[in-house]
Design a protein around this ligand. Structure first.
Ligand SMILES: *Cc1c(COP(=O)(O)O)cnc(C)c1O
Length: 479
């Protein structure tokens, strides 16, 4: 029996007011969760929730016992959170195509099917049925990377950070790596060139100044112990004004002259020409190989539009060294990744890169984006009407947006796009509205700009407008 508040005074009383774990486990909702999560997990989550109350009582944070129904609601929320995958689908309405926090590149249909197939059955991952013998897992994608980049050989690992680490470990451990001062960058908070270099066992030697590094600067720092000239794509970082950079051709020539390896960390791996006015601001992988890079590394899930992977392309004798390095065993890729990457690379080989979502989203025409935005506005307005929202509560309109490719590529270029702006009548209401969009069953991640919530349509896929409408309906109920 749940007694009145007067019965439970003081910490002891409060503690006694909490429902018993055993009794809660008997309730029908708990049974339901047990089917999804198992008895032990449900019990643990109930105990944890009750412990939360206990701690609060002991700290003196509550004077009266909470309603039992409230406690149960809290437990149910905690259980619901665990009963479904938290790696859930979300709608990317941010206008950033390659959004690292939202999983970077959504895969092409063919890549998804290839990964599913590789996942659900045995496969010839490291086996040749013709020869009845063991083969290399890398062989499934190496040929395609070579065909697309012009490299002699290639190797695929877990991600680009792993690619850089493996290459430096295999080619420069115990020796020196020369990097331009202006390229000692940090990418995404945890990948810092000086640190990854130190981790590989190589010693960093710095050439030139922050804003100016010419070929003579490299020549000056090279010693007998230097192994690699490393060029790094500065990713999200840009220098403007008086800036001098050394060309790849010059670096390649110097590396040859001094018997060094010329390596480039390209970050975003552009594998095809793009139909963009500023497409040439990113250097394609094939361009680096053509200019004389011995080793190029790039991500599989940035501009390449495939699964998370790090691709290393370059000359055969160097790639062979990497293939023999012990570290490769720790950095190798899974069969599903290989299958998805192979399928993605095939699309490039066939000239069907417009089927790769990130490429399609980047190249989307303004006319189509405007059409998408108009459809979204209609759907959102209908949702508002159906929920009886006062039409003066929000102003919903199509607006021009500044979208971005993301993933460190084209950092200073804006992709002109369209979106739908929802401007709440009440000042400051935009943050609450954006939060409500995020709390929907299929969360919608929006931009907030100048007092309004903005849904950029560029990275929204077909059918996402329905999720946006459902989220808006949820938001209207909540607010
Ligand atoms: C993104 C990036 C990395 C890290 O690549 P991941 O695939 O995220 O590991 C390394 N170097 C550069 C230049 C990058 O842009």
């Amino acid at each position: 029996m749940q007694g009145g508040a007067a019965l439970y005074t003081g910490t002891k009383g409060l503690l006694r007011s909490l429902p018993a774990v055993g009794a809660l486990m008997e309730e029908s909702w708990a049974e339901g969760f047990c089917k999804q999560l198992g008895r032990e997990t449900v019990k643990t989550i109930i105990v944890q929730t009750l412990n939360g109350y206990r701690d609060e009582f002991i700290k003196g944070g509550a004077a009266v016992p909470p309603e039992k129904s409230l406690i149960i609601l809290g437990i149910k929320e905690a259980l619901s959170k665990r009963a479904e995958s938290s790696l859930k689908r979300v709608v990317n309405a941010t206008g950033v195509v390659i959004h690292t926090n939202l999983g970077r590149a959504p895969l092409a249909g063919e890549a998804v099917r290839a990964a599913a197939q590789a996942g659900e059955a045995y496969s010839a991952l490291e086996y040749s049925p013709q020869e009845g013998a063991r083969t290399e897992r890398n062989s499934h994608v190496e040929w395609a990377v070579c065909a697309l980049t012009g490299a002699e050989a290639a190797l695929v690992v877990n991600n680009n950070a792993a690619a850089v680490l493996l290459a430096l470990s295999a080619l420069a451990a115990g020796r020196e790596v020369a990097v331009s001062c202006g390229e000692l960058v940090e990418i995404g908070g945890s990948f810092r060139i000086p640190e990854i270099l130190a981790f590989s066992g190589a010693k960093l030697i710095i050439a030139g100044c922050t804003n100016s590094t010419v070929i003579e600067d490299y020549r000056r720092v090279i010693t007998e112990n230097t192994a690699v000239l490393l060029k790094v794509h500065p990713s999200n970082y840009r220098m403007e004004g008086f800036v001098k950079e050394t060309s790849r051709k010059e670096l390649a020539a110097l590396a040859r002259e001094c018997g060094l390896v010329f390596m480039e960390d390209l970050g975003s791996g552009l594998l095809c020409g793009l139909n963009l006015s500023f497409a040439n601001r990113e250097h394609p992988v094939s361009g680096s190989i053509k200019d004389g890079c011995d080793i190029v590394t790039f991500s599989g899930d940035k501009l390449a539009g495939g699964p998370q992977a790090g691709v290393i392309a370059g000359s055969k004798n160097l790639i062979d060294k990497l293939k023999k390095h012990q570290l490769l065993r720790a950095l190798r890729v899974d069969k599903m990744t290989l299958a998805a990457l192979e399928a993605t690379l095939r699309l490039y080989l066939r000239g069907e890169q417009s089927k790769i979502p990130v490429i399609k989203m980047m190249e989307e025409s303004p006319e189509l984006l405007l059409k998408k935005a108009r459809l979204l506005r209609r759907v959102l307005k209908n949702a508002a009407r159906e929920h009886g929202a006062a039409p003066e509560g929000f102003k919903i309109s199509v607006v021009e947006t500044r979208d971005a490719s993301g993933g460190g590529s084209y950092p200073t270029e804006c992709l002109p796009g369209f979106g739908v702006e929802i401007r709440p009548a009440a000042a400051g209401g935009e943050e609450a509205l954006a939060r409500s969009f995020r709390l929907a069953p299929v969360p919608v991640i929006t931009a907030v700009h100048d007092g309004a919530v903005v849904l950029h349509v560029r990275a929204m896929t077909a059918g996402d407008e329905k999720y946006a409408a459902a989220a808006f309906a949820t938001a209207l109920k909540r607010l």
